[in-house]
Ligand binder design. Structure first.
Ligand SMILES: C[S@@+](CC[C@H](N)C(=O)[O-])C[C@H]1O[C@@H](n2cnc3c(N)ncnc32)[C@H](O)[C@@H]1O
Length: 277
């Protein structure tokens, strides 16, 4: 499957760049929303800005009286963040409660990465698999026993991105021999849509039952746009809902901004805030 990046700026686009799981360093300009001309779709499973075990325990307790919880991964890239939620939650909850949190709704402004994610395939590295083992009690499945098949199975063909840097000599994330499809409890656990963060938040219909993530996204955006995003979060989210950001924003001026919009930080070392008023 080949996917080509749609941008409004023709030129030398590079997808799936050359370090880490860095899908792209594309010169993209989206209606003035993005402040950088280089936008990276870098992502991975269980990114370490959260202590996932502690955070998911908090989430389950926080929403214990809600029938449905809607999780929004905004700036989702290939879906790694959303699948981390799906894995972490389904591991901790009985099957009868999985649909309370699923499907997770994932949005990205980048049409190419959304098409890739909508294909149902994902490219994973050893780091991704190691991240699962760090965050999940996999001992119960038996290490070395293809435990990861419980979460991801090899796809029939590899997902390659049209503007990928082709490195035929090198079996890697940039030129994968095969890709994976989410399996078991996380099969069909994420729905992908093309949208910018602000438009997605403006469409949220919250009843104190949302988790909204903008991790590693807002740093690509202009200040005026970030302000609008924070205003929209303050207006849309009702008491009880949770906003998740990343470590770059765990600093006084950003915290003050979200506190001014009615959020508190339940744990000052963790990158999430809860709407109180
Ligand atoms: C570095 S990745 C982060 C992926 C994931 N959230 C994570 O933390 O691993 C940034 C993603 O945000 C997307 N993005 C940047 N600005 C955006 C915006 N204003 N609205 C929606 N997506 C945006 C990019 O296309 C890219 O896929």
């Amino acid at each position: 499957m080949n996917i080509t990046l749609q941008t409004n700026k023709p030129g030398n686009l590079q997808s799936f760049g050359n370090c880490g799981k860095m899908y792209k360093s594309a010169e993209t300009v989206y209606s003035g929303i993005l402040s950088k001309d280089q936008v990276y779709t870098t992502t991975s499973l269980f990114r370490p800005h959260l202590d996932w075990n502690k955070f998911i325990n908090y989430v389950i307790e926080n929403f214990k009286n809600k029938e449905k919880v809607n999780i929004y991964s905004l700036g989702c890239s290939d879906g790694s963040e959303a699948y981390s939620y799906a894995i972490a939650l389904t591991e901790k909850l009985p099957k009868s409660q999985h649909q309370k949190y699923l499907p997770i709704m994932a949005f990205d402004i980048d049409s190419e990465v959304i098409q890739a994610a909508q294909s149902g395939k994902i490219n994973l590295t050893n780091d991704d698999f190691n991240a699962i083992t760090k965050n999940i009690d996999i001992d119960k499945y038996g290490i070395g026993d293809n435990w990861h098949k419980k979460f991801f199975q090899k796809a029939g063909s590899a997902l390659k991105i049209g503007n990928d840097i082709s490195r035929e000599d090198f079996q890697s994330i940039y030129n994968p021999r095969y890709s994976y499809t989410p399996a078991g409890n996380i099969k069909d656990s994420v729905k992908f849509y093309e949208s910018d963060v602000l438009s997605a938040i403006n469409r949220i219909n919250d009843d104190g039952n949302s988790i909204v993530n903008t991790c590693h996204v807002l740093s690509y955006c202009e200040d005026f746009y970030v302000e609008k995003v924070l205003n929209a979060l303050g207006e849309k989210l009702k008491p009880g809902s949770i906003y998740v950001f990343d470590k770059f924003y765990l600093e006084p001026s950003f915290i003050e901004k979200i506190q001014n919009r009615g959020f508190i930080l339940p744990d000052k070392n963790m990158c999430f805030a809860k709407k109180l008023s």
